[in-house]
Design a protein around this ligand. Structure first.
Ligand SMILES: C[S@@+](CC[C@H](N)C(=O)[O-])C[C@H]1O[C@@H](n2cnc3c(N)ncnc32)[C@H](O)[C@@H]1O
Length: 220
């Protein structure tokens, strides 16, 4: 008996993902897409923390469109610590010259427009903990790819993981178990360990630095 092949996005969606600024390699994007398609079957929204310029959002949005649910994406659009001027992940094109601060919202909107996915995405612009504090409904999938300090990664986990529905998926990006492999710190790895240690999540896949966990019982 042959295994069912993982769902893959249409070529134009993959092209939009590829064309968008961002940091996610294709293999991790495909794993995220497969998780989003699976999670979408529950009929609940899919939520991402860390929009940046919409690279991963394209994949969540396409999966959400197929499932007839919404994709939600949270970002203050001012960039993470490592994306600020002078740091390795800074892109000068993301700076708004009028105010001299990063603003990735225009690039994100262009990405979605070009992918034809605008109407499937709700962009939540603001700080993740503030938005999580007023959020009160179950989610089929939460994808954590926001700030990479312990403060931000823990706040994302504590703010959003409680909303992952029973059987829903928690996806964590930039999980680097080996300190020498880290690019942006090991806070996501610590969050991943915490989720497993809680007993509320089980691991279902590992692709590069992307981990997909499933909720097996209540709690975080
Ligand atoms: C690594 S990037 C996201 C990359 C994106 N998922 C992709 O595939 O290209 C992290 C993003 O998280 C956002 N961010 C960091 N801390 C945040 C916070 N506390 N609240 C909201 N957004 C935050 C940054 O502005 C940045 O755009």
């Amino acid at each position: 008996m042959s295994a069912t092949p993982a769902p893959t996005p249409a070529p134009e969606i993959l092209a939009a993902f590829d064309a968008a600024k961002g940091f996610m390699p294709v293999d991790e994007g495909l794993a995220l897409y497969a998780a989003a398609v699976a999670a979408g079957r529950a009929g609940l929204p899919l939520l991402e923390v860390g929009t940046y310029c919409g690279r991963s959002t394209v994949l969540l949005a396409d999966a959400a469109r197929s499932a007839g649910v919404a994709a939600l994406t949270v970002d203050h659009h001012r960039g993470s610590e490592e994306q600020q001027p002078g740091w390795d992940y800074h892109d000068p094109e993301t700076v708004d010259p009028e105010i001299g601060l990063m603003d990735t919202l225009p690039a994100f909107r262009r990405t979605l427009f070009r992918a034809g996915l605008e109407e499937h995405v709700v962009a939540l612009v603001g700080r993740s903990p503030q938005i999580a504090a007023v959020w009160n409904s179950p989610l089929g999938l939460v994808f954590i790819d926001g700030g990479h300090t312990d403060e931000h990664a823990s706040a994302d986990y504590e703010g959003w993981a409680p909303h992952v529905a029973e059987g829903g998926l928690l996806v964590i990006h930039d999980v680097f178990p080996e300190p020498e492999d880290e690019f942006t710190g090991q806070a996501p790895y610590r969050v991943y360990l915490r989720a497993l240690a809680s007993g509320a999540f089980e691991e279902i896949s590992v692709t590069g630095s992307l981990r997909v966990l499933r909720r097996t019982r209540a709690g975080i």
